[in-house]
Design a binder for this molecule. Structure first.
Ligand code: ATP
Ligand code: MG
Length: 407
């Protein structure tokens, strides 16, 4: 891979839609497929852009009409059930969008279901990786619109850290790359507001586009900048507005610049991740108050527990409820020696972690050195699973914010 290469790909223009949550893929499921329960959280975490909706008492075709894809369940020995399902598969216009869970399978019924239009037939007992692979394959064929309605606002996530080097930037960079590559429905931008020491563009190997330096030098309002066109994308599709190349004082940013910048970014992107400096300035306070979601990254140590507490109390002073902060413990387990228990640190901080991310030095340093998404280097790692859990929480906050905005 060429180091520091510029990516020339331009994303396709997409059509506008009116419901902010309709950027998500709707997956209907027959609860029978999951033993009468909901799909497991670990599966949901793998697909943060998917809304899992149980089929109620409505007919199969009504249910299929309101979702993008469906999971159905049938017993191969129950001829009537098989016939009914085949009729539905034949009649519906959504060929290839139904995954069938087949119990007491035989080759004949399996082949018939595929012939009648099932997207996939999975034979019981069904493993989660098999279902995830099937979902991923079918979702890749869905032609989903990817832009929000005019005037609708992108979701702004501010990344805070409990001390230097806790991993806030790599976490933000990987979340951006994972969301952009898996979520066909997301225009993602990672913005490096750590203007003096920021590494975000380096971590995704996207250098050469305009940076915060040009945004600041231009004067005027950032809302005049067409960020979608000006920023080169990472191979995942995520765009990065990096830190300035020249050293600039933190005071070069003002609160009014933040207002204009956020307005422009909300206009141009669905998800905006803001990497913040360690220092508290008045404009950092403005970011914190304007963001839709705050994510604080910390590590598992006594000093980090102290800084986390201090940061949470600074936030309280800014009118932010510390409970509303998404608290991430990075380098928690994995390669990191466990000299402290998570529970002891949670007790010291006075609240629990929302996500714990293991340390994986090899995978993370490979990702940083290659500017790659970890999922492109190794699939299904524990690191990826934990990051997808964080993405799930970001998606949930995004849906809640969209619903609040819709009244
Ligand atoms: N879960 C992890 N596993 C392995 N290495 C990690 C992990 N998280 C972070 N690192 C490594 O830690 C180093 C610091 O990460 P990063 O630059 O993201 O921290 P930061 O909180 O943004 O620091 P700064 O205060 O400099 O902004 C990087 O080399 C990164 O690869
Ligand atoms: Mg950083």
């Amino acid at each position: 891979m060429a180091l520091f290469s510029r990516m020339a790909a331009v994303r396709e223009p997409v059509k506008e839609i009116s419901d902010p949550t309709s950027r998500l893929t709707r997956l209907g499921y027959d609860p029978v497929a999951f033993d009468g329960k909901a799909p497991p959280d670990s599966l949901k975490a793998l697909f943060p852009d998917v809304l899992f909706q149980p089929m109620g008492s409505e007919s199969f075709s009504d249910a299929l009409a309101r979702v993008d894809l469906m999971i159905a369940a049938v017993d191969a020995t129950k001829t009537r059930e098989v016939e009914a399902l085949c009729a539905h598969l034949r009649d519906n216009s959504r060929r290839g969008r139904v995954i069938v869970f087949l119990s007491h399978a035989n080759v004949e019924v399996t082949r018939r279901l595929v012939r009648e239009g099932a997207g996939d037939v999975l034979v019981a007992p069904i493993s989660e990786p098999a279902l995830a692979a099937s979902l991923e394959r079918i979702m890749a064929t869905l032609d989903r619109p990817a832009i929000q309605p005019p005037g609708a606002a992108g979701h702004v996530v501010a990344m805070l850290k409990a001390g230097g080097g806790v991993g806030a930037t790599v976490v933000a960079a990987q979340v951006a790359a994972l969301v952009a590559s898996t979520g066909r429905a997301s225009r993602v931008c990672l913005v490096d507001l750590d203007i003096q020491f920021g590494m975000a563009a380096m971590y995704l190997d996207v250098v050469g586009s305009i940076t915060m330096g040009e945004v600041l030098a231009a004067g005027g309002s950032p809302s005049e900048v067409a960020f979608t066109a000006e920023l080169a994308p990472h191979s995942s599709g995520a765009k990065v507005l990096g830190a300035p190349k020249e050293f600039l004082p933190l005071e070069s940013i003002s609160s009014s610049l933040i207002d204009g910048l956020l307005e422009a970014l909300r206009r141009d992107f669905d998800l905006i991740l803001l990497d913040l400096p360690s220092a508290w300035t008045s404009w950092v306070g403005r970011v914190v108050r304007e963001a839709d979601q705050l994510v604080m990254v910390t590590n598992l140590s006594v000093p980090h527990a102290h800084v986390t507490q201090r940061q949470l109390s600074v936030l309280r002073g800014q009118g932010v409820d510390p409970e509303s902060v998404t608290l991430v413990c990075n380098r928690c387990g994995g390669d990191a020696p466990a000299s402290l228990s998570i529970r002891a640190v949670e007790a010291a901080i006075g609240r629990s972690f929302d996500v714990t991310i293991p340390e994986d030095r090899k995978l993370m340093s490979e990702a940083v050195n290659q500017g790659a998404a970890i999922s492109n280097l190794r699939r299904g790692s524990k690191l990826e699973k934990a990051l997808r859990q964080l993405i799930g929480l970001i998606s949930a906050a995004r849906i809640a914010a969209a619903q609040d905005a819709g009244g």
